[in-house]
Design a protein around this ligand. Structure first.
Ligand SMILES: O=C(O)C(=O)C[C@]1(C(=O)O)C=C[C@@H](O)C=C1
Length: 302
């Protein structure tokens, strides 16, 4: 049976995302994002489920860095979860003095903590569920967790539905080694990571390859190339599927221009939003234009 490694332990948001993406695969938790990616690279898992971006706190850098380095992995599916938290504490705690969670979770409840647990010092844990485990062990007084965590960690519920920003969401990826790609649906997302050359206008040139083909970006993040101070790689997500001529053409152009470009997948969007098509930038426009050039080359048209 195939297996999906997810960023755990049990009771994380990532587990919920993995359950929503899994078919009959067996799920197993690992302690870190990097361990989830490694288990696929080593063949211990067929796929990994990890968070990639949050609407309040931005990119999950461990995922981005882990995808840019070592053996390639590609995203074949994504999940988008609404994020509101439950705050759990040990029964014996009267005043909460320490509250643990994943850094992305703490960032999403900063105001709530200041107002409701003013004496609590925030402490970073490897995940929301790891924070609940630490509270059970007596290391901290309270944890900011996913709502499902209470089913795994019987702690006292101090608050539910906690979120500084209503409608916060996190997007998760299901990653596999390169192989067959999901079919295009018309509402797809393609992801790449590219290192632009270190010269004036290099990033603008790279982005213009997408803009001139009418390709709408959905995310752009820069991450340092470790060991090269001042050098960055760019993670770019955009609408469309590599099977489409305009997307294929853009990737070929980026391959020509960039020091380094890695394909990170084309898969259906979880929100089902169809790609924006600018006038003259539909797939048929590209196919017809190529057919015209072919005919011109053969002397059949002018
Ligand atoms: O710790 C978890 O429960 C996770 O799944 C990680 C994570 C994240 O990395 O953003 C997922 C969703 C929430 O935004 C908080 C934490």
């Amino acid at each position: 049976m195939s297996r999906i490694a997810y960023f755990g332990p049990q009771g994380t948001f990532t587990e919920q995302a993995a359950r929503s993406l899994a078919g009959d695969e067996e799920l197993f938790p690992v302690e870190t994002i990097s361990a989830a990616l490694t288990s696929v690279r080593k063949g211990e898992a067929d796929a990994a489920c990890v968070p990639v971006e949050n609407s309040v706190e931005g990119p999950v850098t461990a995922t981005l860095d882990g995808l840019a380095e070592e053996a390639p992995l590609v995203a074949v599916a994504e999940a988008l979860l609404p994020v509101h938290f439950t705050v759990l504490a040990r029964e014996d705690v009267e005043t909460v003095r320490t509250v643990a969670s994943h850094p992305h979770a703490l960032a999403q409840v900063r105001l709530w903590l200041e107002r409701n647990l003013p004496e609590a010092r925030p402490v970073v844990a490897s995940s929301t569920a790891a924070a609940a485990v630490a509270v059970q062990r007596g290391e901290y007084d309270a944890a900011v967790t996913a709502p499902v965590a209470v089913e795994h960690y019987p702690l006292r519920v101090l608050a539910t539905g906690v979120a500084d920003v209503p409608d916060a969401r996190t997007r998760f990826l299901l990653l596999r080694p390169p192989g067959r790609l999901p079919e295009p649906t018309g509402a797809d997302r393609t992801s790449i990571v590219a290192a632009a050359a270190n010269r004036t206008g290099a990033l603008a040139e790279l982005l213009s390859e997408l803009a001139t083909r009418g390709i709408n970006l959905t995310r752009l993040d820069a991450r340092p190339i470790k060991g090269n101070f001042g050098m960055y790689r760019f993670f770019i997500d955009f609408e469309g599927h590599v099977a489409e001529p305009r997307i294929g053409g853009a990737l070929a152009a980026l391959r020509r221009r960039c020091n380094n470009v890695r394909f990170l997948g084309s898969h259906p969007r979880a929100d089902g939003v169809a790609a924006t098509i600018e006038p003259g930038a539909a797939n048929d426009d590209f196919v017809n234009a190529d057919a015209w050039v072919d005919a011109v080359r053969k002397g059949e048209l002018a």
